[in-house]
Design a protein around this ligand. Structure first.
Ligand SMILES: [Zn+2]
Length: 501
C-alpha cells in the first residue's frame, strides 16, 4: 500500500499569551509581551492571587476578554453574549491552586473560519484561561525549581475543526493565524518565546474507516508543526501497512532526532472534573459592546490582499507578498497614492477618454512590485539596513518609478540610482542629473557617437553593406558601450541604418 491511500485528518489546538498589561485575574504585570519569561528573575511578578493563596480572590481582566472577542470577530466566530469561567482540576507542581481557571462548556467564541489560499479551516472554539507556572529542571542536580511569573498570564486557546489534511496546510494555518494576531496586536505570538504554542491531533483514515487519534505536544516552531506531522503520517502509515494498530496516545516531539515519542496513553488521560468557578461572575456582553470591538478591527491580511488587487491591480502573488509585511504594505500604498496624483497631472499620456488611473495603474503597480520585491532586497543585504530604517520615502520612490515608466532611465542606471537613494536618501531626479545617468534623447547628442562607431569599425560596416544584417546588433552594442547604456537601442539602430543605407 502506498502512503496516499490513507487520508490524514488534522486538528490544531493553539495557545496564545495575550498582550495585556496585567495578568488574567490579578494586578501583577504580564511580562510575556515584553521579554521572554525565562529572562526574568524567577518569582518576581507574583501575588497571593496568581500563587493561589487561601482566601485570595480573582478579578476578571476585561482587556483580555476584549482581545479574545476581537480574535473571534476577525475569524468570523459567533461571540457568546453569556459565558463563564470553570475550574479545570488537576495536580501539577506548576499549578499551586490545584486547578486552572478556564472555560469549559461556554467558550467566548465558537464556529469561526480562517481562509487562506485554497484552504477553509473551521474554528471550533476560542476560549480564555490562565497560563500555568514553569518548572526548571536544569539548575540543580537534585531538585526541580518552580517559577510562577508565568502563572496567571492570560492565555487564549483556539481549537480548529479537523479540516486540515496535510503538514504544509497545518503549518500555513499557524503562520496565517500568527499574522492576524500580530496585526490585531493581540499577541506577538512568538513561538520561540512560548507566546504561541501548538498541539496537533492527527489520525489516518482509510476509505470509510476513521483512524485512531494521536496527539502531538511540545511544538515550538512552525517547522516542528510541519515536521512532526510528516513524521506521524509516515510512522502511522508504516504501522497500518504492517497490519498493526495505532494506539490512542499523546506523543512529544524530539527536535534533535526529528521524531515523535510516546508520552502517555489514553488510560492515563485526566478527568478534570470541571465545575463553574464560584469566585468569578459570568461574562455578559451586550450587542453594543461587541459592535464597538468590531469597529476597532483593522483591515485583515486576507481583505487587504483582495483590496490591493482591486484598487491597484496588483497580481495575487505580488499583493500577498507586499501585504505579508505591514511596513512594506504601508509604503506601497503611499507610493501608489503619489503615483495616482502624478497621473492626474500628466497630460503627455494619451488618454483616449479613459480615466488615467484606470488605464495605467496596472502598469505602474507592476513596476512598483518588481522594484520593491525583487530589486530592492538585494541592495539591502549585508548593509545592516532593513526596510524600515531606509532613508527612502514613498514620494521619492514614486518619482523613481515615473522615471522608469517614462523611459528616462534604463534598468541598469535605475538600479544605480536606487542604490544611492537607499544609501543616502535624496530624490532620483537630482541623483540622475548629478551622475549624468539620464538617457540621451537628442539626435544631436547621439549623432557624433554613431559616427565614431562607424569610423572605428570599418570591417563590420563593410559586412553590413554586403547584406550581413546580423552585424547590426554588434554596432548597436558599440553605441550602447560608448554612451554607457544611455541611448535607447531603437534610436541607435534607426540612426545607424540611416547612415549606412
Ligand atoms: Zn498576581
Amino acid at each position: 500500500m502506498s502512503e496516499n491511500q490513507y487520508t490524514p485528518t488534522i486538528g490544531l489546538e493553539i495557545h496564545v499569551q495575550l498582550k495585556t498589561k496585567s495578568k488574567m485575574f490579578c494586578r501583577c504585570a504580564n511580562t510575556s509581551a515584553q521579554i521572554g519569561v525565562s529572562e526574568l528573575k524567577p518569582n518576581s511578578h507574583i501575588c497571593p492571587v496568581c500563587t493561589g493563596q487561601p482566601g485570595a480572590l480573582p478579578a476578571i481582566n476585561a482587556e483580555a476578554v476584549k482581545l479574545v472577542v476581537k480574535t473571534g470577530l476577525a475569524l468570523e466566530c459567533i461571540i457568546a453574549k453569556h459565558s463563564k469561567f470553570d475550574r479545570k482540576n488537576y495536580f501539577y507542581p506548576d499549578l499551586p491552586k490545584g486547578y486552572q481557571i478556564s472555560q469549559y462548556d461556554q467558550p467566548l467564541c465558537t464556529n469561526g473560519i480562517l481562509i487562506f489560499g485554497h484552504s477553509r479551516i473551521g474554528i471550533e472554539r476560542i476560549h480564555l484561561e490562565e497560563d500555568t507556572g514553569r518548572l526548571i529542571h536544569d539548575q540543580s542536580e537534585t531538585d526541580s525549581l518552580v517559577d510562577l511569573n508565568r502563572a496567571g498570564i492570560p492565555l487564549m486557546e483556539l481549537v480548529t475543526k479537523p479540516d486540515i489534511h496535510s503538514a504544509a496546510e497545518a503549518k500555513e494555518f499557524c503562520q496565517e493565524l500568527q499574522k492576524i494576531l500580530r496585526q490585531l496586536d493581540i499577541s506577538d505570538a512568538d513561538m520561540e518565546k512560548s507566546q504561541m504554542r501548538c498541539e496537533v491531533n492527527i489520525s489516518l483514515s482509510a476509505t470509510h474507516k476513521l483512524g485512531t487519534k494521536v496527539e502531538i505536544k511540545n511544538l515550538n516552531s512552525f517547522k516542528a508543526v510541519e515536521r512532526s506531522i510528516e513524521y506521524e503520517i509516515m510512522r502511522q502509515t508504516k504501522l497500518l501497512e504492517a497490519g498493526e494498530k495505532i494506539i490512542q496516545e499523546t506523543r512529544g516531539w524530539n527536535d534533535r532526532e526529528q521524531t515523535t515519542y510516546s508520552q502517555r496513553s489514553k488510560e492515563d488521560a485526566h478527568d478534570y472534573r470541571y465545575f463553574p468557578e464560584p469566585d468569578l461572575p459570568p461574562i455578559n456582553l451586550t450587542d453594543e459592546e461587541i459592535k464597538k470591538i468590531e469597529q476597532e478591527l483593522p483591515e485583515l491580511p486576507q481583505a487587504k490582499v483582495a483590496r490591493f488587487m482591486e484598487q491597484y491591480d496588483f497580481s495575487l502573488l505580488d499583493a500577498k507578498q507586499i501585504v505579508s509585511d505591514k511596513r512594506l504594505a504601508d509604503f506601497t500604498e503611499q507610493t501608489m497614492s503619489e503615483l495616482q496624483s502624478w497621473l492626474v497631472d500628466l497630460d503627455e499620456v494619451e488618454l483616449e477618454n479613459a480615466d488615467p488611473w484606470e488605464k495605467y495603474r496596472g502598469k505602474l503597480s507592476k513596476l512598483v512590485a518588481n522594484w520593491l520585491i525583487n530589486k530592492l532586497p538585494p541592495l539591502l543585504t549585508g548593509k545592516e539596513k532593513t526596510f524600515e530604517t531606509l532613508p527612502l520615502t514613498p514620494e521619492n520612490f514614486a518619482e523613481f518609478i515615473t522615471l522608469i515608466y517614462k523611459n528616462k532611465i534604463n534598468s541598469k542606471n535605475a538600479l544605480q540610482i536606487l542604490e544611492q537613494m537607499v544609501e543616502s536618501g535624496g530624490d532620483p531626479t537630482s541623483i540622475l542629473e548629478d551622475q549624468g545617468l539620464h538617457l540621451l534623447e537628442d539626435v544631436s547628442d547621439i549623432d557624433p557617437v554613431v559616427d565614431k562607431v562607424i569610423a572605428d569599425n570599418p570591417e563590420q560596416v563593410e559586412q553590413f553593406k554586403k547584406g550581413k544584417t546580423a552585424v547590426m546588433q554588434f554596432l548597436i552594442g558599440q553605441v550602447m558601450k560608448e554612451t554607457k547604456g544611455r541611448v535607447n537601442p531603437k534610436m541607435a539602430e534607426e540612426l545607424l541604418i540611416q547612415k549606412l543605407t
